[in-house]
Design a protein around this ligand. Structure first.
Ligand code: GRF
Length: 198
């Protein structure tokens, strides 16, 4: 293994299928990231089982245990720092982060969103694409900035919406694209623009 692998944390709230895609990609010796920590704000997130299965350290930091967003984000930052994390991937992490936290990780934190941003920010993106009569839909990897789903776009993957697609079929088909796009985008970022800043 190259010694310069970037210690990467993945923040989740649920199933963690994108986490799994990142874990699988990082098994390759030439992959530039080591998935060194998984943090969930939900104790029952299945992604924690995935982390355990891959012998990856994990922490549950429940937002409900904190009096404010600031206090929760301070605990997140402390955990990331304690594990010497250099880069953060949000993967279905269902918390809005404070500007202070985002500033601390600016240029070192990315997210995957299930739409072709700037279209359909927020939740229920698959139904939104159908309601808008879009002909294409997909997913976006982007830098995390203060505005939710508003950071600079890194990479996108698109599919054609079929006449009989529903929100559920779109979710399934976009998920397949996400699992390909996220590991690829992380690899490209770490191999190019980021290494010198980490
Ligand atoms: C994905 O669709 C991701 O784009 C969005 O939340 C979902 C998480 O799915 N941000 P999973 O937990 O990775 O399976």
């Amino acid at each position: 293994m190259p010694s310069a692998r970037i210690r990467t944390a993945v923040l989740i709230s649920g199933s963690g299928s994108n986490l799994q895609a990142l874990i699988d990609a990082a098994k390759h010796p030439d992959y530039p990231a080591e998935i060194a920590l998984v943090i969930s704000n939900q104790a029952n997130a299945y992604g924690l089982t995935r982390a355990a299965g891959a012998s990856i350290a994990s922490e549950v930091i429940a937002h409900t245990d904190f009096p404010s967003r600031e206090a929760f984000d301070a605990a997140l930052h402390a955990a990331l720092t304690a594990h010497h994390i250099q880069f953060v991937c949000l993967a279905g992490f269902m918390r809005v982060l404070t500007p202070e936290f985002v500033k601390k990780w600016q240029g070192r934190m990315i997210n995957i969103h299930p739409s072709l941003l700037p279209k359909h920010k927020g939740l229920h993106t698959h139904q939104a694409a159908l309601d808008a009569a879009d002909t294409q839909h997909g997913c976006t990897v982007h830098w995390v900035s203060e505005g939710v789903d508003e950071g600079d776009i890194i990479a996108q993957s698109a599919l054609d919406i079929l006449p009989d697609d529903t929100a559920e079929t779109l979710q399934q088909r976009v998920h397949v694209l996400e699992h390909q796009l996220y590991p690829k985008a992380l690899k490209e970022i770490l191999n190019t623009q980021c290494q010198s800043h980490l």
